[in-house]
Structure formats: structure tokens, C-alpha cells
Ligand binder design. Structure first.
Ligand SMILES: Cc1cc2nc3c(=O)[nH]c(=O)nc-3n(C[C@H](O)[C@H](O)[C@H](O)COP(=O)(O)O)c2cc1C
Length: 197
């Protein structure tokens, strides 16, 4: 493989990166948003199926459509951020497999008609891609505020009616107010979370 990412990079992406709820009044450029996706897309998914879809809710109008579906404690965390991304998945992701997995285009047929496998694969891989998105955003200097406190069915009806897209989680992005953070919560130790067999 390659060299280890340096300590400053590891701090930025992991050790000092926090989940933010308060945001500076500073926009996120279109160029940066595109750069985040251009990194995100390289994260691995099963059969390279890439089911995640990213909807950048940025305008006042789009935020107003999202607002009624948020739990009350998440409303300001979304409205005060320059953008909130709906990380969604396409239940028809397998139609792109011939293009995305060219050495085995027939992998499309593993999924077509198998609703349980479609749902599991779409949710698992879009969750992974959501995590890649967070890491990519942090690597490019953005802060993130991931949230699952919203009504998925309501968001799906508002944004994805009559489509095969469904919401997974949402993530505010921008530049967080560092001084508003509560102290970092602990994490499980290696001994608690891991086994080496
Ligand atoms: C999938 C997911 C859903 C979350 N949902 C919410 C939420 O609805 N509201 C909220 O305020 N924080 C939410 N969080 C933030 C977590 O509470 C936060 O990431 C965790 O406490 C770790 O905080 P830290 O990153 O600052 O260490 C969510 C985080 C993730 C990854």
C-alpha cells in the first residue's frame, strides 16, 4: 500500500473531528461540494453497486420542505447550516451494475426481483457511502453534523415521490462553531469493541 496519513490529517479526519450542531454563517461553495463527492465515490461498495444518492438541501425553499420532517431538536441544526445533505439510496441501483461492474454485468440479475437483497444491499452500502462522505468532507476542511432524527417516510414523500430513491440519514455540512461543542464523549476501548481470534 502507501504511506500512512500524517498525524495532522488523522487529527482532522478522526481525532479532532466532531459532530457539529452550530454553524458559522459561511457558505459552502459548489466547487467544494463537488470535490467532496469526487472523493466519496471512490469508497468501496459491494459489486461496486454505488447505491447512495446525495441531495444537497441548500436553498431556503428546499430547507422549508425538509423542516416539517425533522424532530424539533434538529430543526436549528439543519436550518442554521449552509447545507444539509440527504444521504439516500436508489432501490433500482442494480440497473447501473452493467456500467459499474463491467467485468460481470450479469451481477444485475443477482438483485432484480429480490426485494430483500435489494433493500439490504442498498441500505448497507449507502450507509457506508454516507460514512465515506463524512470522511471526505472532513478531509477537505468541512465539518459535518449527521442526523437520523427525522421522519424518513415524510422526507421520501416530499423529495422522492414516485421515484425509487429513499432517505437513509441526513448530514448538515459547513463550518462548525467550535466553541459551542460539548466535551467529547468517550469511545469503547480496543478491548471492549474488538476481538482478535
Ligand atoms: C447516523 C447518525 C445519526 C445521528 N442522529 C443525530 C440526531 O438526530 N441529532 C443529533 O443531534 N445528533 C445526531 N447524531 C450525532 C451523534 O450524537 C454524534 O455523532 C455522536 O455523539 C459523536 O459525537 P462526536 O462526533 O462529536 O464525538 C447522529 C450521528 C450519526 C452518525
Amino acid at each position: 500500500m502507501s504511506d500512512t496519513v500524517n498525524d495532522a490529517g488523522l487529527d482532522q479526519i478522526f481525532r479532532e473531528a466532531r459532530s457539529h450542531s452550530f454553524w458559522r454563517d459561511e457558505p459552502v461553495s459548489e466547487t467544494l461540494v463537488q470535490a467532496v463527492y469526487e472523493l466519496t465515490k471512490w469508497g468501496p461498495t459491494s459489486a461496486n453497486c454505488s447505491p447512495a444518492r446525495f441531495i444537497f438541501v441548500q436553498s431556503d425553499d428546499a430547507k422549508a420542505r425538509l423542516k416539517p420532517h425533522l424532530i424539533p431538536t434538529n430543526v436549528d441544526k439543519v436550518l442554521s447550516a449552509p447545507a444539509c445533505v440527504i444521504i439516500a439510496y436508489d432501490l433500482e441501483f442494480y440497473e447501473k451494475i452493467p456500467e459499474l461492474f463491467p467485468h460481470n454485468p450479469g451481477a444485475r440479475n443477482w438483485f432484480a426481483g429480490n426485494e430483500e437483497l435489494i433493500q439490504t444491499t442498498a441500505f448497507r452500502n449507502s450507509s457506508l457511502q454516507g460514512a465515506y462522505f463524512i470522511i471526505a468532507a472532513r478531509a477537505l476542511g468541512l465539518d459535518c453534523g449527521p442526523m437520523s432524527g427525522f421522519d424518513n417516510a415524510g422526507v421520501d414523500k416530499e423529495f422522492f415521490a414516485d421515484t425509487s430513491w429513499r432517505s437513509n440519514f441526513i448530514c448538515s455540512i459547513g463550518y462548525g462553531e467550535q466553541e459551542q461543542l460539548f466535551p467529547r464523549s468517550p469511545r469503547l476501548s480496543f478491548g471492549e469493541a474488538c476481538q482478535v481470534l
